[in-house]
Design a protein around this ligand. Structure first.
Ligand SMILES: [Zn+2]
Ligand SMILES: [Zn+2]
Length: 146
């Protein structure tokens, strides 16, 4: 696992390569996303950022995350919820998602990573990510009534 400063250095380099301007806000948003291990929504990331950046707007956080997602620097995690969840693009992993409490857990699945893609999608274009979402009810939610 890389350290936070290492990740930030990689991030700055990736932004430069993508031709994205490195702003203080962009860096802070990415840093906060690295520190948050719960795949936060833009809203919850905004709440955390306001402690250090009192003037940052939710709109800025949204737009920054969307821009970074287009360049593959952050991942938008597909969930059944309407609000998008984000994570810093890091090592390859898959997601377990609880459909009741919305908790997202990372897990490794090397067998899937090594699996060849079906022939019929090979001509589609350039595949960059292959992510599996496993969903259901987590242990905590299973204990709840109803
Ligand atoms: Zn749950
Ligand atoms: Zn994840």
């Amino acid at each position: 696992m890389e350290s936070i400063p290492q990740h930030l250095m990689n991030f700055e380099q990736a932004c430069r390569q993508a031709g994205l301007k490195m702003t203080h806000q962009r860096l802070e948003i990415f840093r906060e996303l690295l520190l948050a291990h719960n795949h936060p929504t833009a809203e919850s990331l905004h709440r955390r950022l306001r402690n250090r950046l009192p003037t940052i707007s939710l709109d800025t956080v949204y737009r920054t995350l969307s821009t970074l997602a287009v360049y593959g620097l952050v991942n938008r995690v597909g969930t059944p919820e309407s609000l998008a969840r984000f994570e810093a693009a890091q090592t390859r992993h898959h997601h377990l998602i609880c459909r009741r409490c919305g908790q997202i857990v990372d897990f490794q699945w090397p067998l899937i990573d090594d699996l060849a893609l079906p022939n019929e999608i090979k001509s589609w274009g350039q595949i960059e990510r292959k992510n599996v979402i496993v969903s259901g009810l987590c242990q905590n939610c299973l204990k709840l009534p109803g």
